[in-house]
Design a protein around this ligand. Structure first.
Ligand code: HEC
Length: 149
């Protein structure tokens, strides 16, 4: 199996694992232009929690991405380095990217973390369940916004 196939296999296992944790429906949100301007929870996220979420295996972010994570040897090379993401993108764009990366690139391999349809290819368990909760999205957005160089 090619190296990227291995990544995807681990990714799918990780996603199947966390999907069970989030059975709640989606909170309503409004896409404006190329972003979601308002916090999904109405509150700012917690960047420290967001960093921990990005590094945890279950979100699978670092199976694809690398970033300023000196404590982790294994980082992905299928996607841009996350360093500087807070300079390249606004908070509003980062939020929409996490919610539904396909809005930026319909062919993307990045999962849509806050969507309740279109994920059947990953497994039946996904129907009607976002991968991350609204609060988790906000924590990760808050963390990504701190990555300014
Ligand atoms: C299966 C691989 C994969 C996973 C998992 C993944 N991404 Fe991505 N991501 C990509 C790819 C590929 C891109 C480049 C744009 C595109 O093709 O969509 C990208 C783009 C991005 C960007 C914009 C990067 C830039 O500066 O151009 C950010 C920010 C981002 N991802 C954050 C995350 C976070 C946070 C997670 C985990 C919650 C995550 N990604 C999970 C593949 C992935």
């Amino acid at each position: 199996m090619a190296r990227s196939d291995n990544y995807i296999a681990v990714l799918l296992v990780g996603l199947a694992f966390i999907s069970d944790a989030h059975a709640e429906g989606l909170v309503p949100f409004k896409i404006t232009g190329d972003g979601i301007a308002e916090s999904l929870t109405g509150e700012p996220g917690d960047a420290a929690r967001g960093r921990a979420l990005v590094l945890t295996r279950t979100t699978t972010c670092i199976l694809c991405h690398s970033g300023p994570f000196p404590e982790t040897r294994f980082q992905g090379d299928l996607a841009p380095d996350l360093a500087g993401a807070g300079n390249r993108w606004t908070v509003s764009q980062l939020r929409l990217r996490l919610v539904d990366a396909a809005r930026f690139n319909p062919q993307t391999i990045m999962p849509s973390y806050y969507r309740d349809d279109g994920l059947v290819r990953v497994g039946r368990n996904f129907a009607g369940k976002p991968i991350l909760s609204a609060a988790e999205i906000e924590d990760i957005v808050a963390f990504l916004a701190t990555l300014r160089d």
